[in-house]
Design a protein around this ligand. Sequence first.
Ligand SMILES: [Cu+2]
Length: 499
Amino acid sequence: MPTSRFSRRDFITAAGTLAGGSLLYQAVGCKPSAMSGTKEAASSGGPADYTLTIAVKPVELAPNRIVSTTTYNGQFPGPLLRFQEGKSVTIDIHNQTDTPEQLHWHGQFLSTDVDGAAEEGTPFIPPHGSRRITFVPKPSGYRFYHTHVHAGANLGAGQYTGLVGPVYIEPKNNPGNYDREVFLTLKEFEATYSRGGDMAMDFLSPATTVKELKDSGENAMNASLAKGMPHGFEVGYGSFTINGRMLGSGEPIRVKPGERVLFHVLNGSATEIRSLALPGHTFTVVAMDGNPIPKPVAVPGLWLGTAERVSAIVEMNHPGIWILGDMADDDRQHGMGTVVEYTGQQGKPRWVAPKPFRWNYTQFGNPEAAVPAPDQVFDMIFAKDNAAEGGFNRWTINGVAFAEDHMQPMFRVQQGKRYRLRMRNASDDIHPIHLHRHSFELTRASGQQSSGVIKDVVMLGGYQEMEIDFVADNPGLTLFHCHQQVHMDFGFMALFEYV
Ligand SMILES: [Cu+2]
């Protein structure tokens, strides 16, 4: 039974006293409390339910490792916002920086005036200005909020900053067989560029690549290199954190044998794919991107593309002091981990790599169940034009790079119809593909059929194919993009319009 219901007031108090600690989001033993008081005030033009202030602040990642970055409310991650499904909330957003901001409510079905994407028409939060927004949160589950501005070449802007925070929308009924919840936001800091560099994707299954896509991508790359072009810029990082603390510097997650802990894991990276394992333990995945999967599935570890979320229960049945960390040794050693400490155990935290395994989205679905036929199929080819834009790779969807002077909608949909996106990746990079204001159902990954996996971000591997379906049920301009900042900023976006 869940024991964790943070009220807004409880949260604000807790955030004030625990800021900087890795246990910030351990919601233990907080009693439910009424939310009606502030709600009435808001509807009468009084105080908002929540206030988020965007400002540059120091963030202590580890002792004597303090970075300067843009934050929500002076903390990283931003405060955990707990909403109730269907209950209107009013939020004041103050921008204390010199640049216009957008706050995107990732994974929610909102209108374009509050979704938080200028491309859809959401007004900016002006520099040194404010904006009050009101919306009805939905759907229930694990969502998040983050900045949604163009960073371009500026590694001090957009998602390279600390502008990320978790959202949990309480369902009207909340059956959950766990003892408590722990929210984990995975995030890197101190971004720099390198030329080229391979992105690991051998974790994806099926590993099938399409020869035609590979030939096309390799020919384009070889032609570019033959002209004397360098490899396009890629982003790397100097420090890696969970809940803003590097491994070894935060408070451990203290557990008792037999406890069932529900981890809500968010990859808050601007560009990276992350993994997570806990030696000797199994993750039982119950939801992906906040949406329950057809039946729980046990896996030895998690993989998350940029902006993906996984909710998984871990039964604490292997006493010791363990590192819950990224499976990439280098990233874990640079901070991507936290410590899980059983009551009464002593010693140094230990890491043991899990046996190699692959991440197959279709294992979380119903392979047998048929999905409805779509009313229309949109074919999409994603391609890379190496180093074509001032040293950055330019990205195209069906040959077109999205740009400020090139924002006309590429796809037209009609309300109520079901659409299938047949996505083909003619590049060697992995792309976490995101659709705003809607969820989609994964229907095919590298030739394997699937149903019942409902997401808002999905990783498409290099030279691979995938199909996702969505129902056009939320009118208004709808942004579709790769969630990697350095891809979306250099063309990898498109708009759907309702006609
Ligand atoms: Cu991408």
